[in-house]
Write a protein that binds this ligand. Structure first.
Ligand code: SF4
Length: 421
């Protein structure tokens, strides 16, 4: 059978048929206690998390997508005793496999070497401050900054691909420039800037404002024109809008410098998250459960479940995102909309843009597609799926009714409305 990578899968059917990235939370156990932890990590392994055999079956099932990027996260995935076996199983299925470890003494050169030898392609290491004082205050464990530095150095020495992750909050806003210098000094290939979503242990008051976010994105775009590393955002898809606006008449900037993104990539659209107990969700920040790998096919759930199909349809968005001409390129963070309003299709409150309304933009996207694109998943630009622009006035956004989507007992139900609704 002809090998099909994530890019060709996307070319054939768009994000409707295959995610670019599958993230598996292999455990919620972690020795850190980060103030903004998405997973609300716990000190010990959950006895109900997927077993080694269940993990192997998940990995085999993911081949139904082709070869998506496969990320093992946590908690701290290094707390899984069978991690080497899982990495080897993923490598045997030709899944490009990456690790998202915590900065603890477990993140050692010897441990990373074993994982590299098992088939690991790269690691992403978090720095939420440019120095120990800021970073360790986030992680709430003294020494985490130094352990993270040692891990990053080990990854580089082992020729593992290194990505640095930073979550932007009120507490490190003024430190971002210094963190960027650290990313450069560590010779990381990519800096992924996360925009906080108030889920797990993260709280609303830790968030920056929409106006501050706009300035951060403009600064990131300027930085991307000269930085020796690639820049992408997570739960900040409106960075794409800022980049495209920078190319508008009267503005400077080039596609080649800042256009390193995949249009339409969003929660449930190019992303699939597998929780520690096997829950199938649109992302780790959007805890809407559409199935479980113990009983359901991840491929079928991703392609067909109403939660996923709704999230991939920009014409169902509400508020400003629903009226926005950038909705097909951006679409706003669905996770933040859910966290803020209880409706996963509502507008993203961290975006300051006031849409002009009307048709979803095409020109900037075409411009982008023709431009030089440095992302390793260049071929994964969403060319498939329904791209028809609305022919004239759109009907107002339909609320996503979810009661009929419920599976199992109400306490474990699928919700596209928040807990307070
Ligand atoms: S209004 Fe929504 S779709 Fe438009 S740029 Fe902002 S977040 Fe993106």
């Amino acid at each position: 059978m002809r090998r099909m990578d994530a890019g060709s899968a996307v070319r054939r059917g768009g994000f409707a048929t295959a995610p670019l990235v599958v993230i598996w939370e292999v455990t919620r156990a972690c020795d850190l206690a980060c103030v903004h932890c998405r997973a609300a990590a716990i000190p010990r392994q959950d006895p109900l998390e997927l077993t080694t055999d269940e993990g192997r079956k998940l990995i085999r099932d993911l081949r139904g997508f082709g070869h998506p990027v496969f990320v093992l996260t946590g908690g701290d995935p290094l707390r899984r005793p069978d991690l080497d076996d899982l990495v080897a199983a993923a490598a045997a299925e030709c899944l490009p496999t990456f690790l998202s470890p915590a900065g603890t003494p477990l993140l050692s050169h010897a441990r990373l070497r074993r994982l590299r030898d098992a088939g690991l392609a790269g690691v992403s290491i978090s720095f939420d401050g440019s120095n120990a004082a800021v970073h360790d205050a986030f992680r709430r464990v003294h020494g985490s900054f130094d352990w993270s530095l040692e891990g990053a150095a080990a990854a580089a020495a082992l020729s593992l691909r290194l990505q640095i992750n930073t979550t932007v909050t009120r507490h490190n806003l003024s430190d971002l420039k210094a963190i960027a210098a650290l990313v450069s000094a560590l010779e990381a290939r990519r800096w992924t800037v996360f925009l906080l979503v108030p889920t797990g242990r993260a709280r609303d008051e830790q968030q920056i404002t929409a106006a501050e976010c706009e300035r951060v994105f403009e600064w990131l775009h300027d930085l991307s024109l000269s930085a020796p590393f690639k820049i992408k955002t997570t739960e900040g898809p409106h960075y794409r809008r800022v980049v495209l606006q920078s190319q508008a008449p009267g503005r400077t900037g080039t596609v080649s410098g800042g256009g390193r993104f995949v249009p339409g990539l969003n929660d449930g659209s190019g992303f699939l998250f597998v929780g520690a107990r096997g829950e199938l969700q649109p992302s780790g920040f959007l805890p809407l459960t559409a199935g479980n790998v113990r009983t359901d096919s991840p491929v079928e759930v991703y392609r067909s479940h109403p939660i996923f199909t709704a999230l991939r349809n920009p014409e169902r968005l509400g508020g400003r995102c629903g009226r926005c001409e950038f909705r097909r390129v951006c679409g706003g963070s669905r996770a933040r909309a859910w966290a803020a309003t209880g409706d996963a299709l509502a507008e993203d409150p961290l975006c300051a843009y006031q849409p002009r309304g009307g048709r979803s933009c095409r020109a900037p996207l075409r411009q982008y597609e023709k431009g030089e694109h440095h992302d390793p998943h260049r071929s994964a630009i969403d060319r498939g799926g329904d791209r028809r622009a609305p022919s004239g006035g759109r009907a107002g956004p339909r609320p996503l009714r979810t009661r009929h989507l419920l599976r199992g007992p109400p306490s474990s139900s699928i919700r596209l409305r928040g807990p307070s609704s």
